[in-house]
Structure formats: C-alpha cells, structure tokens
Write a protein that binds this ligand. Structure first.
Ligand code: PXP
Length: 243
C-alpha cells in the first residue's frame, strides 16, 4: 500500500519498569523484537540525560539486534551527538529535554535555537543520520526546520491528545495544516505523543503524515493484552484510517 503510514514503537517504558527494580527484566530489546514481529516499522528509544529509562547499553544492543530502523531520540547536547555518531542510528529525533519533566512536554524551539541546532544537525546529517525535529505544529517552527535543513519534522500531538471537543478539533486542524505545509516544502512530517486506540485515527488520516511514534499507551495496553496484540491493533486502526 503506497500510502502506508509507518508505526514506530517507543519502548522507553519497558525500560522504566525494568529500572524500577534495577535488574534485567522486562528487557526492552525483547519488546523491540516483539514489536517488530507484530508489524512495527521502526523502534524509537529516548536516551535521556538522566538515563531514567533507556540506558546506553540498550542503544548498543538495539543497534546490534533489531532489523528495523532505530529512531534515536536525543536532546541537543554534545554528549548525545557523540553517542549518535558512535552508534549511527537510522534516524535521530531532536527533542527538548528538561530534567524535572515527566515526559517530553512540548516541542523543540527550532526557531529560537537556530544557532545552537545548526552545527549539531549538520554533523548528524554528514554522518548519514536522518535528522528529525520534534516541534509543535506551528508554521514558524516548520519554517525554522526548513532553514536548518532538517529532512523530517515530528509534530507533538500532546495538545491534541489532551484536548476535548472543539479544542481537540482545533488541534487536529493545526496538525493537518502543519503536515500539508511541511510536505509542500519538502519536509517529511511525522507525529507522536499521547496517541491511543481512541484518538489515533483522525491523526492517522492526515494524508501527508509518513510515520507515527507511539509508546506509553502501547506498553500500558500490553499489560492487559500482550505487546503483540497491542501493536497489531494500533497497526490495524492506522491502516483503517488510511482507508
Ligand atoms: N515522539 C517523541 C519525540 C516522544 O518524545 C515521545 C515520548 O517519549 C513519543 C513520540 C511517544 O509518546 P507516547 O509515549 O506518549 O506515545
């Protein structure tokens, strides 16, 4: 299917549960392999500065084990650039990171941080890593991504996911317009954050989107139905939305 929307499964929270006891289980690599078997098109992992979930060894093991492309989520720091250049993931998604946040709470300010991001993005791109910027669905941020030469943007769907009624429709319209604007300017749009079985379909139906990255809900649902069924159902809902 030519308009197939890719599903990237974020396995961070398998590592969150593992780290709660400091041992080896549940193993995020096993989760990545299960997601792969269930039809995921990619694996996403965020190596945070505080290593609260994914740790350095996980990235090395993922690269060495999975056949799927790895989307390495990273803050715009020298430490993370060095790790990306060492591991050479398929893609690097640059996210804002604040130590005290529970998750990535908003998009990257690509506009305000142009000078800081430019050299960093150039180095990743020169190493053959596909750079994406995790931004709000905001025309000013898309323009900034164009000036930075980012081939991909991922739109933060958190506002959409947490809104209701008219406010949610307004957020969906922002995402729809942003995806069209990015694609028109040669940038591949992705989206993610807070997506669930209940809210994924309107986003999946946005025709220009090429990939959704979904984690927390899928891992939580896996407690009840298993990761295979959780990923397969999300995959089916996305395919249905694409008609
Ligand atoms: N995309 C990015 C860039 C993220 O930072 C996250 C959260 O780690 C996700 C997607 C997935 O969000 P969620 O875990 O809410 O599905």
């Amino acid at each position: 299917m030519s308009n197939r929307l890719r599903l990237g499964v974020n396995i961070d929270h398998v590592a969150t549960i593992r780290n709660a006891r400091g041992g080896l289980t549940p193993d995020p690599i096993r989760a990545a392999l299960a997601a792969q078997a269930a039809g995921a098109d990619g694996i996403t992992a965020h190596l945070r500065e505080d290593r609260r979930h994914i740790i350095d060894d996980d990235i090395a093991h993922l690269i060495g084990t999975i056949a799927l492309p790895l989307n390495f989520e990273m803050a715009a720091t020298e430490e993370m650039v060095a790790l990306a250049l060492k591991h050479r993931p398929h893609a690097a998604c640059i996210v804002p990171e604040r130590r005290e946040e529970r998750t990535t709470e908003g998009g990257l300010d690509a506009f305000g941080q142009h000078n800081h991001l430019k050299g960093l993005i150039d180095r990743l791109r020169d190493a053959g890593i596909r750079v994406s910027l995790f931004i709000e669905p905001d025309p000013r941020q898309i323009e900034a991504a164009m000036l930075l030469g980012a081939p991909v943007v991922e739109f933060h769907t958190g506002r959409y996911a947490h809104a209701e009624g008219q406010a949610q429709s307004d957020e969906l319209a922002r995402l729809t317009d942003a995806a069209a604007l990015a694609a028109k300017n040669g940038i591949e749009p992705h989206a993610g954050h807070g997506l669930t079985f209940d809210n994924v379909q309107p986003v999946a139906a946005i025709p220009q989107l090429a990939e959704l990255n979904i984690g927390h809900f899928l891992i939580g649902e896996a407690i009840f139905v298993g990761l295979d069924a959780s990923v397969r159902k999300m995959r089916a809902l996305m395919d249905e939305a694409r008609g």
